[in-house]
Design a protein around this ligand. Sequence first.
Ligand code: 5RP
Length: 292
Amino acid sequence: MPDIDDVRQGEKVGIGVPQQTDTTLLKGLSHLDWGMKDRLSRVFDRKSGKTVMLAFDHGYIMGPTSGLERIDLSIVPLIPFCDCIMCCRGILRSVVPPTVNKPVSLRFSAGSTILTYLNEECLLDIEEAVRINASLLAIMVAVGDPKFEGLTINNLTRTVDLGTRYGIPTLGVTAVGKELVRDARYLAMACRVCAENGAHVVKTYYCEEGFEQVTNTCPVPIVIAGGKKLPELDALNMAYRAINEGAAGVDMGRNIFQSDNPLGMMLAVRAVVHDGEKPEKAIEIYKGQRKK
Ligand code: 5RP
């Protein structure tokens, strides 16, 4: 209880000292509300402005794929070394300890698997995202899909509306169907469609030719998926090029958890993303962590 007999006038008013204004390092996001920025600042490293997200949500469309058979054994030990985890609520609740204290990019849409036709998805309840304290809502967006383009863009806009209500940003995940080419023209369009519909961050694939066209025409940060497993040096090269061509980080799964040395690969990817390490040097980090 403050003593009402001793109310002193404050004098340290800092005349001549401009009030400090924290500017976000993330492009296109400076006008967001406090809760949104708080969550994004947990996902993106304060110093580098980049992120290494560890994706292990694959099971929701493909079951126990290689490297994800036992997430408690393969993934949980890696979690301390990433900036954010990307997963589904089922695995989160059943296997990931709530004490890991990492921001969660929650798969917020689901509905079909690789056995039928992907992208016919519905949304989770927004209260579910609040309950698990999600920092990002990840939504599949299938631009150009002849059956479900409209449904997935609808899901994206609805998610942005729901997330905005609670201060949770949306991650638009560009889903590339088998029949679509992952070139710069397509990826630039898909990313821009996500951003125009309100996605705060966009996840897409790297392309060898013209990736800068993709990052430069997307008004919000882009993170790249790793895609199918590559030789470690190739994966590090891809991450290095993506960062240097404007990506704000990686949301990587198979190239980490399917490596013969997942921890070494995780640390090598971090060196590339956060410290700008060249792939030829980062590969030494991977080798240094190699199990005997
Ligand atoms: C799976 C996904 C993954 O999150 C995404 O593809 C990243 O993983 P990878 O680096 O293995 O491609 O969307 O449904």
